[in-house]
Design a protein around this ligand. Structure first.
Ligand code: FAD
Length: 500
């Protein structure tokens, strides 16, 4: 098979020739219904949850078994064609944004739970299984899978592994990386790999640790073995109101400082509370500047003690109102607003861009107040809902993507939030990944040498750089140009990705 050279600019004719070439090569391995290339078929794949950036792939492949995944990768490797793996497409940083001259490899058909091992308390599932489907499948055994992204009804475990996803309960039970024992998959060259093992540790380098959170750049996951934990006997949630953002931020640090590890510790500011209350009627205090949701789970005795201690700390930090869920229905109602915060934002703005930085907990109020100043500077609204216990903020900048000037201001606003987070001792991403969204901000976080070391790892897995290229790690050129070539008008300047 002859390799296709990807020209930096392609004419529509060159594009269609390239497309025909790829389809023909893949048809040797996949049934025709598993390949899409017409515009109306590939358009649904043109973006992920970062909807401001869109790009149709040349071809979408929907393999049904591991051998077909391997064949797609081998074929694309031989043809020098970029591949972007895709789970449910709920990612918020553009990680699954297609390559204009490449193949989007959808893992949607990998949706089977393969094995539930009650004794080992693990489940082995295909990568396209939805996060929540795992807990649903083992609920009868009194078990569940702890990491719970708010998108858990839709997002896949393969996507969770790629992003090292977090969720409300990760403060106590750990992120995806703490709850996975093994992944199987294929490298870009089509070599089968198994990282981790059925035991809790493996000899040699921690390649599982490197793969988790690698945003689909090192290998394609097809199978994941997750840890399961017993469902707690009881969970109760405190909803606390604060009339001042700083007091709420200090309460978060004080709770952790008091040696309490809540099962969940989330914060919402006033604009977000108003948006969600209008949507789900969770009973939130609309006068509060900030609301904290603070959960305890365990035996009834443990929960009672925790709730008492947490209430004391919250009161001493100036909470103006405290409500404790009296039953499961009320607990779920308290959480319903938090869980629906992103969709609620869609009701008050045509578009939103969700930032995802992590800062030391004690700086929460500082960053939230700085964001209020940025709202004035960029003349855009911002609503905040986030994993306060982890110091992981999610400012949702509200804008209209159809207005290029608003999009540009939104991008600058987001970049300033990330830069301020780094200056406060934090990071540019907590759980949503870098994708394309935070590529430029990586230049602020890491030196050229550090980025080069990350490229070194990428090259060890994918020497030709064909798997999800142009994302996550900025090139030296990009960082040198940083500040001069910020993204504009929805057209990302992919220094490294050939466009047409
Ligand atoms: C409403 C909403 C709420 C959210 N809440 C949270 C939250 O609380 N916590 C959180 O962490 N995230 C959250 N997210 C973000 C998102 O849901 C997660 O990042 C999720 O893990 C993405 O899974 P996915 O299957 O949709 O992956 P996709 O979006 O399809 O892909 C994400 C990345 O993973 C790669 N990838 C996907 N599958 C594979 C595979 N099998 N092998 C190799 N690479 C792969 C892709 O190439 C891409 O880089 C939220 C998103 C939305 C829309």
């Amino acid at each position: 098979m002859n390799a296709i050279t990807a020209p930096s600019e392609t004419t529509p004719l060159q594009r269609s020739e390239r497309q025909a070439h790829i389809v023909k090569a893949l048809e040797a391995h996949l049934p025709s219904h598993a390949l899409l290339w017409n515009a109306e078929d590939t358009t649904p794949y043109e973006c992920d949850g970062l909807t401001a950036y869109r790009q149709r792939p040349l071809v979408v492949a929907l393999p049904e078994n591991a051998a077909q995944v391997q064949a797609v990768l081998r074929t694309c490797h031989q043809l020098n064609v970029p591949v972007v793996a895709r789970g449910a497409g709920t990612g918020l940083s553009g990680g699954a944004l297609p390559h204009a001259l490449g193949v989007t490899l959808s893992l949607a058909k990998f949706n089977k739970i393969l094995k539930i091992d009650k004794k080992a308390r693990t489940a082995t599932v295909q990568c396209g299984v939805r996060n929540l489907a795992i807990s649903e499948a083992v609920a009868g055994l009194g078990l569940y899978y702890a990491p719970d992204p708010s998108s858990q009804i839709a997002c896949t475990i393969g996507g969770n592994v790629a992003e090292n996803s977090g969720g409300v309960h990760c403060l106590k039970y750990g992120l995806t990386m703490h709850n996975i024992v093994k992944v199987k998959g294929f490298t870009m060259e089509g070599d089968e790999i198994t990282l981790g093992s059925d035991a809790l540790d493996t000899p040699g380098l921690d390649l599982l640790g490197i793969a988790i959170g690698s945003e689909g750049m090192l290998a394609v996951t097809t199978e994941v073995t997750v840890k399961l934990i017993p469902k707690p006997q009881l969970a109760r949630c405190i909803m606390a109101s604060f009339d001042d953002m700083r007091k709420a931020g200090d309460a978060v640090a004080s709770l952790i400082g008091a040696g309490i590890i809540p099962a969940g510790l989330e914060m919402m500011d006033k604009p977000m509370t108003a948006a969600v209350e209008d949507f789900v009627h969770a009973g939130y205090d609309l006068n509060a500047e900030a609301i904290l949701l603070c959960e305890s789970d365990g035996t009834p005795e443990e929960v009672e003690e925790d709730i008492g201690r947490m209430s004391d700390v919250l009161r001493s930090c100036g909470a103006t109102a405290i409500a404790v869920s009296r039953d499961e229905a009320e607990r779920l109602r308290f959480w319903s607003g938090r869980k629906n915060a992103f969709p609620a934002s869609g009701r008050i703005s045509p578009d939103y861009m969700c930032m995802d930085s992590t800062i030391p907990r004690k700086r929460l109020a500082d960053l939230l107040l700085a964001i209020q100043d940025m709202e004035k500077k960029y003349n855009l609204r911002c609503a905040n809902v986030f994993h306060a216990g982890d110091g992981n903020l999610h400012p949702l900048i509200l804008f209209d993507a159809n207005d290029p000037d608003q999009l540009h201001r939104c991008e600058l606003f987001g970049a300033e939030i990330l830069e301020t987070s780094v200056a406060m001792g934090g990071t540019v991403t907590g759980e949503h990944g870098v994708g394309i969204e935070k590529l430029n901000s990586m230049c602020v976080q890491f030196s050229a040498e550090e980025n080069e070391q990350m490229f070194g790892i990428k090259r060890a897995f994918d020497p030709q750089g064909l798997l999800n290229p142009g994302k996550v790690i900025p090139t030296l050129h990009r960082c040198a140009e940083y500040g001069k070539m910020l993204v504009r008008g929805g057209q990302l300047k992919f220094a490294d990705i050939p466009r047409f």
